[in-house]
Design a protein around this ligand. Structure first.
Ligand code: ADP
Ligand code: MG
Length: 288
């Protein structure tokens, strides 16, 4: 007989969207009661484009903000970094390379540009560290907003916009029809998260959360008796993926995430997860 895993992998790989790393992962897929998606690159396209940027201090010109950010972002692989580097290329700006580059997990990046200590960070980072920004700056629409800090003072702001994947609508409705609660966990800000959640009619969402908080959420849900599947892409997400009952690494993500996961979502397409679950349920119905 053809082993179950092989048979399944062959059927599902008709869509070429899924790599199933173990048999239990497939067997477990029919038990999933909650599916927690990450946002960027899975429910959305992950193609950020700069929609607005500005200096927040008299010491800088508008373009200096992109240059400072670019010095750091040229060393980052985050989708936000790609969007910023694209804008820099379009404007033909000259960008230095930062030294002592580091990432601040779930919050941004930091490094030295000449003699300046520069950070590019989330709004949450500003709040935690009581860093002030001009009033009314926060009243953005549904954009992802990041701040450029020089020596821990706000120097400028960059806003970027992403788009929801067209396939996400169908995927979410299929999952819900199958009795699965669909939620989203994202490090991005509340406004963006709410807009995506409303548009896709998610059951719930958690915004501005850090990687270790994702792990806590997974555990909380499990304590309530839920059987949790989670998607994730970063090194950051590996502990939460390992704890989830079904960990799904998103294809373009890092190898570490892929190694911890039960399933790899090769094309980052949420529709492939919906197919896996409906296929799983149908297969087991036939077997009993
Ligand atoms: P998620 O994948 O859930 O959106 P991340 O952990 O990748 O979350 O990022 C969370 C937040 O940290 C981003 O929304 C952004 O504000 C900030 N951040 C992370 N990496 C970068 C980066 N390279 N440049 C600027 N901001 C970043
Ligand atoms: Mg991420």
């Amino acid at each position: 007989a053809v082993p179950l895993v092989v048979a399944i992998s062959t059927s599902l790989s008709a869509s070429k969207g899924l790599l199933i790393r173990n048999r239990t992962a497939f067997e477990n897929s029919r038990k999933i009661s909650v599916l927690a998606f990450d946002k960027t690159g899975t429910l959305t396209k992950g193609n950020f484009a700069v929609s607005r940027y500005d200096a927040l201090s008299d010491e800088y010109e508008k373009d200096d903000i992109l240059k400072l950010a670019g010095a750091l972002e040229s060393k980052s692989e985050h989708p936000l970094a790609t969007g910023i580097m694209q804008k820099i290329k379009e404007l033909n700006l000259d960008v230095k390379e930062a030294d002592d580059f580091n990432s601040i997990s779930g919050k941004g990046i930091e490094g030295k540009v000449g003699n300046k200590n520069v950070k590019v960070v989330s709004p949450g980072y500003l709040k935690e560290n009581n860093i002030e920004i001009p009033e009314n700056e926060e009243e953005n629409q549904q954009e992802t907003v990041i701040y450029v800090l020089v020596d821990d003072k706000a120097a400028g702001v960059i806003a970027l916009a992403d788009e929801i994947r067209p396939e996400s609508h169908k995927a979410i409705s299929t999952l819900k029809e199958n009795g699965i609660k669909v939620i989203m966990m994202t490090g991005d800000n509340e406004k963006v998260a709410k807009a995506v959640s409303d548009e896709l009619q998610l059951d719930d969402y958690f915004a501005g959360i850090l990687p270790d908080q994702k792990l806590e959420k997974v555990k909380e849900l499990q304590d309530k008796g839920e059987f949790v599947a989670m998607t994730g892409d970063g090194i950051n997400d590996a502990p939460a993926l390992a704890t989830a009952n079904v960990g799904i690494a998103v294809g373009s993500g890092t190898d570490v995430a892929a190694e911890t996961a039960d399933i790899i979502l090769v094309n980052s397409n949420p529709q492939d997860i919906a197919s896996l679950i409906t296929f799983g349920k149908a297969t087991y119905r036939k077997m009993i």
